[in-house]
Ligand binder design. Sequence first.
Ligand SMILES: [Zn+2]
Length: 338
Amino acid sequence: MRGTVLHAPGDVRVEELSDPQIVDPTDVVLRLEATCVCGSDLWRYRGEDSFSSPQHMGHEYVGVVERVGSDVVTLAVGERVVGSFFASDNTCEICASGYQSSCVHRQLMSGAQSELLRVPLADGTLVRVEGEPSDSQLRGLLAASDVLGTGWFGALAAAVAPGKTVVVVGDGAVGLLAVLSAHLLGAERIIAMSRHASRQQLAREFGATDIVAERGDEGVERVRELTGGLGAHSVIEAVGTPDAMSQAFGVTRAGGHLGFVGVSHGVRLEGRDLFMSHVHLHGGPAPVREYLPDLVGRIMRGEIDPGRVFDLDLALTDVAEAYRAMDERRAIKAMLRP
Ligand SMILES: [Zn+2]
């Protein structure tokens, strides 16, 4: 099969690789219909996360079951499924409490920017899609695999609810879908922090009521002005840098909730500031599996169109251009068709 390998920062290629096999009896092998490049892949692409051996990239996927391990009971060959970036048994106490991305048997997925993908713990990890998706629904399902599920978790972690004012820091796919999630959860006011016209536009279409283009202290000041000097009830941080986290922390009101879903890189919080803030902090790798059945249902009923974050469509063989376009912020998110 063909699959994507990152050899060194900036050097990503599609290569001929051996087909994945059933290793454990709880595995399935999928033939992928759609996959994509994640903002988090860019950390390694840019050399900001070090790695010593070539990396088989990708953890977002929609596909059709091609082979089934002998212990798999809920899935059959030919069924269309969506999974996420952690495989999980979906039965342990941690899974049962809604934190499948911390499952005691979790396995980090990789290798999804490929034609075929091995998925461990398939019964627990994968969610079946009923019905034949349209092209926009297929894009939506791919978004559900990570960025929608992550934005949704960010909104829940930030305790978004009717009547609340929400701030979203970050205008990548996760930030934009956090706006959509906040809208679906009934937020009264949604302030998107973005400096890019096309992303501001999509944020508005997803439900943002206000846009703040300022950053740093000016950005904090502007949000404070918009919220009667208090800051927002619910803030979603969807970048992972120290600047973004400090922005997010700075606009959360006393007693408010900050949901952080950007993969943390160099973020430091001062205990004394936390102590004095009365801010509730919650975040981490989203338990996307928990939300997939609901999100897949909303997509297949045509209630939401999260696949709009894919603004670049390429064949898998053009993966290098997909990484370049996202690295240069020419594209919000690149979809790859194996
Ligand atoms: Zn578990």
